[in-house]
Write a protein that binds this ligand. Structure first.
Ligand SMILES: Nc1ncnc2c1ncn2[C@@H]1O[C@H](COP(=O)(O)OP(=O)(O)OP(=O)(O)O)[C@@H](O)[C@H]1O
Ligand SMILES: [Mg+2]
Length: 862
């Protein structure tokens, strides 16, 4: 039997070793077996305290056969047995039977698994086959105790490695109670002192009536929980969500609050108090958290005593005041005192005053005030848009990890499972150590899962990877909750999504051709340039798609720079100025020079005309592009407001509120997706135009979700503008193809800098398709000739997210990026199609080569 990879281990016999104590050298002589020892129930069923200590320790796991030719030798860890394990060559000498289906494990303060086929332990194989549970043996000078047999299922799923193997900490608390204690609760809630009795009489009653109709009552703690957390034996009291809030809560929100409560109370995962609420955008994660905070601040299951005194909410700068507003919206200003940190309100004010119970701070401010914040004892920590904590080396993550608060919640609308490293960081942040060390996680989960996804994976590797993925999902699923947009569709108006392929202007085509013929692009395609050179070329093409004047501005800027002569960009921009008209003035740019701008201008005009009371959110990834769009607003006399990275945090909510107000005269909200793409509620607008496209579909999806949310009164129209035949189409295709989804979907900060391109891909990126109406449609393999293909019902197609955690994760997910096959199901038609029923599309068709359209929640009147 070979030792490589995970698959062969199925034939091996694995033992989890319990190093009980070092043996004297003399003990190593003679028959290494000792008689099986009696193991007291107390040893196999540790006390709750021992159990908790065990869960918290950083247990090292060693899966002997998991590492290709490379056994782990944990010599430096004093807690770890140091076995003289054989090399692959050495192991080959052992005659292994094929009938070893069972796995044995030994358990103790340090646990490790040992493949009995590769003994190196001084025992004969025959002797090892006879090992029984409870038996002790001597290995490497240590006395080892056999604790049990690992079933093939437990091994394949990786369950046996969790928390050191033997007693999984991932138990529901009732399971844990059964497993860990025989009957330790006899005295639970017997009032031991006079004081307790008094307390119990004072606050025994639930704060709200648990028997009232529609009451939302939290799960009562079981005996194990009481044993751990009710040391004073207070009477158990029902925790009931304030009926004032329950009245407004949607069903999924009630479920979410129950979930959060059980997580932070340590009821779902024994002794762990973290949770990830990953509901899709707009599902009201804020309200769910506010309900939780309010509940825990006033109530608790033990004598009714509140669980939380102080809560820290960390959120992107643009959302600090949104949180405050939501608190006021749902709880009024009296019930709970909120402190928001900004330029004029420093953390010190919060720390000095006993008045406030909730501190809301931006991630940036947190870093600046970390020392003061560390001085406050927070009982609950909420990280909004917490997918940014995916990297444990970034400052924000380290800062947050350094806070001692153990009840931690991450909120994110962006899926978190696709990158297994980042997934680990998020999980490890909310429930530190739950997946073991990073290296153990890599061996047990990441490696087998990744290997199993490779086309060359054997059947066994695939099976092992799938089982490990399933186990990981099952384990983390206890404290991750994600619901999709469908749960609130019924409360929302229709949504009409359009992908609009805009014909490039003549100047754009001429410049595009020139750029593609440049020395820089040619060198890129021959693989002759540095890694980053293609990024400069891509950047120039993207600018050109937005408007030629942006490119003009860049060249002028670069030319005036002293390093211009040596700069790589020279090779790209050489001769480009000659393509612009001699008297070209970027400030006097025209709409005709850019296909998208022409379409935008007409679109704004028709919205204004047909829906004078409605407003538009206009999104770009670039501040310079927003400047141009702003200029267009000015030229047409449209009232606008703007939020980008330069907007002071203290003003952001004011701007949002102003726009959302029905009294506002603003017609357009200019939004930088980087600054305000996440979390904002822009329900004042019912038309959203994405002027440019990002490599990461999540950025675009986040931005598009700003208007189709609870509170929206009008049907929502979304327009995604792409320049036909250009790099924008290619980026879109990448977004909706598998390749684009495999990694980038998790990460809002990912840009082209993080994406590797093959020369083949670069060739495709650097091609202009001048004769196609829509390259994306050409690629769809659609039988239609592009003539008003109405598509089949979307429901027919299962939505599958390309997720590294495997097929069991693939739930319907309305906000996941589209796939090519789904796009094919959308209605689609060329711009010159005769029967355009949509009056908005009708008006812009002149500059459009192709449309895709999809309607959600369709009613007759749109
Ligand atoms: N039960 C409800 N009834 C009415 N409005 C609600 C309800 N729950 C939430 N809302 C409103 O829906 C809007 C969206 O909620 P919220 O901002 O919490 O979404 P989110 O899940 O945080 O989304 P994102 O991921 O985009 O941040 C808010 O204006 C909020 O007040
Ligand atoms: Mg939010």
């Amino acid at each position: 039997m070979e030792l490589e990879g995970g698959k062969q281990k199925q034939q091996g016999r694995l033992i989890l070793l319990n190093m009980r104590r070092s043996a004297a050298p003399s003990q190593l002589q003679g028959n290494p077996f000792k008689k099986p020892k009696f193991i007291s129930p107390a040893r196999s069923h540790p006390s709750p305290n021992e159990e908790v200590a065990k869960l918290n320790s950083d247990i090292k796991l060693f899966e002997v056969a998991a590492n290709k030719n490379n056994f782990l030798q944990p010599q430096n860890d004093p807690r770890t047995c140091n076995f003289n394990l054989p090399t692959k060559e050495c192991a080959k000498g052992i005659n292994h039977g094929d009938n070893y289906r069972e796995k044995y494990y030994l358990e103790a303060s340090t646990k490790t698994t040992l493949d009995l086929h590769h003994t190196g332990t001084g025992y004969k194989l025959k002797e090892l086959e006879k090992i029984e549970e409870g038996q002790t043996m001597m290995i490497g000078g240590k006395e080892i105790e056999v604790m049990g047999i690992i079933s093939p299922d437990d091994f394949n799923s990786g369950r046996c490695f969790q928390f050191g193997g033997g007693c999984s900490a991932i138990l529901s608390s009732s399971q844990a109670a059964k497993k860990c204690f025989s009957n330790p609760f006899k005295s639970v809630c017997k009032l031991s002192s006079k004081e307790n009795k008094q307390n119990s009489f004072q606050s025994c009653k639930p704060r709200h009536d648990p028997y009232a109709p529609n009451s939302l009552v939290m799960l009562r703690p079981d005996k194990n929980h009481q044993w751990l957390f009710n040391k004073n034996c207070f009477p158990v009291v029902d925790v009931v969500i304030d009926p004032h809030l329950v009245y407004y809560l949607r069903p999924h929100q009630k479920e979410g609050i129950t979930f959060l409560y059980e997580c932070v109370m340590g009821m779902r995962v024994n002794g762990r108090c973290g949770a990830i609420l990953a509901d899709e955008m707009g599902l009201g994660k804020t309200l769910q958290c506010i309900s939780l905070i309010w509940t825990l601040q006033c109530q608790g299951p033990y004598g009714g005593k509140p669980i939380v005194k102080k809560t820290l909410i960390v959120t992107p700068g643009s959302l600090v005041n949104n949180w405050k507003k939501e608190f006021q919206k749902w709880l009024g200003i009296e019930r709970i005192k909120i402190f928001t940190v900004d330029q004029d309100h420093k953390v010190e004010e919060f720390t000095k005053s006993p008045f406030y119970s909730v501190l809301i701070i931006s991630y940036e401010m947190l870093l600046r005030s970390l020392d003061q914040i560390k001085n406050v004892k927070f009982d609950l920590l909420i990280c909004d848009e917490g997918h940014r904590l995916k990297n444990s080396t970034i400052k924000t993550t380290t800062a947050l990890i350094s806070l001692s608060c153990e009840k931690r919640i991450i909120l994110t609308g962006t899926p978190v499972q696709n990158d297994l490293q980042e997934f680990f960081t998020l999980i490890d942040f909310v429930n530190p150590g739950i997946l073991g060390s990073l290296s153990a996680y890599r061996k047990i989960y990441e490696e087998p899962i990744i290997i199993s996804r490779q086309p060359s994976a054997s059947e066994e590797e695939r099976e092992l990877g799938e089982q490990r993925a399933a186990e990981l999902t099952c384990l983390t699923g206890l404290f991750i909750l994600r619901r999709t947009q469908e749960v609130i569709n019924q409360y929302l108006p229709p949504k009409i999504e359009n992908v609009v392929f805009c014909r490039p202007g003549a100047l754009q085509i001429a410049l595009y051709r020139k750029l593609l013929n440049s020395q820089a692009v040619r060198f890129c395609l021959q693989g002759l340039l540095e890694n980053t050179s293609h990024l400069i070329c891509i950047g120039a093409l993207k600018k050109l798609c937005n408007h030629p004047c942006l490119l003009f501005g860049s060249i002028k800027e670069k030319e005036s720079n002293s390093t211009w002569d040596e700069s790589e960009e020279r090779n790209l921009y050489e001769g480009l100025m000659n393509v612009f008209p001699a008297d070209y003035n970027p400030i006097m740019f025209t709409e005709e020079e850019s296909g998208k701008l022409q379409v935008l201008s007409k679109l704004l005009a028709v919205i204004r005309e047909l829906r004078p009371a409605e407003k538009v959110v206009l999104v770009s990834n670039y501040t310079r592009t927003l400047d141009i769009l702003q200029e267009v607003c000015k030229r047409h006399g449209y009232a606008y407001t703007r939020l980008d990275g330069q907007t002071p945090i203290s003003q952001r909510q004011q701007i949002v509120d102003g726009f959302n107000s029905k009294y506002s005269s603003d017609f357009i909200f200019l939004l930088s997706s980087k600054a305000g793409g996440v979390g904002l509620n822009l329900i004042g607008g019912s038309h959203l135009i994405l002027y440019d496209i990002d490599w990461n579909p999540a950025t675009d999806i986040q931005a598009m979700s700003r208007v189709w949310r609870d509170g929206q009164k009008h049907p929502v129209h979304i327009y995604r503008l792409l320049t036909t035949g250009t790099i924008e189409e290619k980026i879109y295709q990448r977004q909706i193809s598998k390749q684009g989804l495999s990694g980038a979907v998790v990460d809002l900060s990912k840009t082209s800098d993080h994406i590797q391109f093959s020369v083949e891909e670069l060739k495709n990126l650097f091609t202009l398709h001048e004769s196609s109406h829509c390259v994306t449609h050409d690629l769809l393999d659609c039988e239609c000739t592009g003539e008003n293909h109405t598509g089949d019902s979307l429901e027919k197609l299962p939505v599958s997210r390309n997720c590294q955690l495997g097929p069991h994760q693939q739930k319907s997910d309305s906000l996941k990026p589209l796939s090519m096959s789904q796009l094919k199901q959308w209605r689609h038609f060329p711009g010159d199609h005769l029967n355009l029923t949509d009056p908005f599309l009708e008006r812009i068709r002149e500059n459009v080569s192709f449309f895709f359209q999809n309607i959600t929640n369709q009613t007759t009147a749109i």
